[in-house]
Design a protein around this ligand. Structure first.
Ligand code: 8DG
Ligand code: MN
Ligand code: MN
Length: 373
C-alpha cells in the first residue's frame, strides 16, 4: 500500500506560456507516446485531437520528476480521458496498445514516409495513399506530378530526414551572416527556432534578419538570396512576400510598413565538416559525398516588429499557440508575429523586446530555453 503522504503531487498552471519547460524532460516515454498520437491525429487532419494530445504531452514535459502513479496527476490541467488512459496503460504495462498499433499501422507508416518529403503535407499524402502510393518507390513509379519543392524534397530525401546538428547550424549561421552583411552592412542575423531554445539538433535552421534602422531592411531578402545563390549555397529556395498590413496610427490607416515581412524557405548545400574552410565565402565543394542538404528558413522583419517576430519564430509551436490562446481568451488581445493588438483599448501595443510583450500579456517572462513545451 502506498502511503499517501509519500506520493509527490504535481501542480502546473494550465497554459504552456505560464510554465517553464526546459529540455530536461523527466517523462520521455509518456511524452513520446502522446506526441506520436498527436502526430497521427495531425496527419489525419484531426487538428483538435492533435492539439489535445500536444497539450497533455506538454503538461508532462513541465513536471519536475517522473510520474510513477496515476494519483499524482490529480488536478493537472489538459489531461483528458484519452490521454489519461494512455498514461495509465504505460505506467501499468510499460506500453500502450493504441500507441504500438498506431506506430505499426501501414497508414501511419505511409503518411510518415510521404510527409517526410519537403513540400508534402497530410492532404497530398492522403491523396497519394488513396491512389495506392505508400512509399517513395511507388511514388516515383506512379508518374504523380510533383511541384518544384516536392522534387527538391524527393531528391534530398535522406539528407533532409537526418537531424541538423548544432555544429551544422553554427556553420550555416556563419554563411548567412556573411551573406547578410555583404548585401547590407549593419543588418543583424538571429538564430531562432529550436536552436535558440537550446536544442542540440533540429529538422531545419531558422533565422530572423533585421536592421536597426527602420526601412533599411526593405528589399533585403532578394539580395541575400542572390548572394547565396551566386556563391553556390542554395539547392532550392522559394521566397514569399508577406502581405501583412501594419496599422500604425489606428485602424484604416496603413503605414509605410505594408508588405515588408518576407520569408524564404530554402535548402542549403552545406560542405561536410572536413570540407569546411575557415572562411566561408565561396562554396567550393564538388563531389556528392562532400556536402549535404539542410533545410533553412529565413525571415526578414522591420525593427519595429522585431520583438514580435523573434517571439513568434522561436517556438515551440505549442508555446506559440498557447501564447495566442492566452492573449485572446484571457486578455482580449490578438498576438501575431507582427504585433499585439489590445481589443479593449482598440490599439496596438508597442514592444522593443520579448520581455515587454510578456509584460503586456500579464505573463512572467519565460526565456527561450524554457519555452520547450
Ligand atoms: P525543429 O526545427 O528543431 O524541429 O523545431 P522548431 O525550430 O521549433 O520548429 P520549426 O518548424 O522550424 O518552427 C520554428 C518556429 O517558426 C515555430 O515557432 C513556428 C514558427 N513558424 C513556422 N511557420 C510559421 C509561419 O508561417 N508564420 C509564423 N509567424 N511562424 C511560423 O514554422
Ligand atoms: Mn526549426
Ligand atoms: Mn522552420
Amino acid at each position: 500500500q502506498i502511503n499517501e503522504a509519500e506520493v509527490v503531487l504535481f501542480s502546473v498552471p494550465s497554459y504552456a506560456c505560464q510554465r517553464r519547460t526546459t529540455l530536461d524532460n523527466h517523462n520521455v516515454t509518456l511524452t513520446d507516446a502522446l506526441s506520436l498520437l498527436a502526430e497521427n491525429a495531425e496527419l489525419s487532419d484531426e487538428d483538435g485531437r492533435g492539439v489535445a494530445f500536444r497539450r497533455a504531452a506538454a503538461v508532462l514535459k513541465a513536471l519536475p520528476a517522473p510520474v510513477t502513479a496515476m494519483s499524482q496527476l490529480t488536478g493537472l490541467p489538459c489531461l483528458g480521458d484519452h490521454s489519461l488512459r494512455v498514461i495509465k496503460d504505460i505506467l501499468e504495462n510499460e506500453a500502450s496498445d493504441e500507441v504500438e498499433s498506431t506506430k505499426q499501422s501501414d497508414r501511419f507508416k505511409a503518411l510518415k514516409v510521404l510527409t517526410g518529403i519537403f513540400g508534402v503535407g497530410s492532404k497530398t499524402a492522403d491523396r497519394w495513399i488513396r491512389d495506392g502510393i505508400h512509399n517513395l518507390h511507388q511514388l516515383q513509379e506512379s508518374g504523380a506530378t510533383l511541384n518544384r519543392a516536392q522534387q527538391a524534397g524527393l531528391e534530398h530525401y535522406n539528407d533532409l530526414n537526418q537531424q541538423v546538428t548544432k555544429a551544422e547550424a553554427d556553420a550555416i549561421t556563419e554563411i548567412v551572416q556573411e551573406a547578410v552583411v555583404s548585401v547590407l552592412p549593419g543588418a543583424q542575423v538571429v538564430l531562432t527556432g529550436g536552436f535558440r531554445r537550446g536544442k542540440q539538433t533540429g529538422h531545419d535552421v531558422d533565422f530572423l534578419i533585421t536592421h536597426p534602422e527602420e526601412g533599411r531592411e526593405v528589399g533585403l531578402m532578394p539580395k541575400v538570396v542572390f548572394w547565396l545563390e551566386s556563391q553556390g549555397f542554395l539547392l532550392y529556395q522559394k521566397t514569399t512576400r508577406n502581405s501583412y498590413l501594419e496599422v500604425k496610427d489606428g485602424p484604416g490607416r496603413p503605414s509605410s510598413n505594408m508588405d515588408r515581412f518576407e520569408r524564404c524557405l530554402s535548402i542549403f548545400k552545406l560542405a561536410k565538416k572536413e570540407e569546411r574552410g575557415i572562411k566561408v565565402t565561396v562554396n567550393t565543394v564538388k563531389t556528392r559525398d562532400s556536402w549535404r542538404a539542410v533545410r533553412v528558413d529565413l525571415v526578414v522583419s522591420p525593427i519595429s516588429q522585431f520583438a514580435f517576430a523573434l517571439l513568434g519564430w522561436t517556438g515551440s509551436k505549442l508555446f506559440e499557440r498557447e501564447l495566442r490562446r492566452w492573449a485572446g481568451h484571457e486578455k482580449a488581445m490578438s498576438l501575431s508575429s507582427h504585433a499585439l493588438y489590445d481589443n479593449k483599448q482598440s490599439r496596438y501595443l508597442r514592444a522593443a523586446s520579448e520581455e515587454e510583450i510578456f509584460a503586456h500579456l500579464g505573463l512572467e517572462y519565460i526565456p527561450p530555453s524554457e519555452r520547450n513545451a
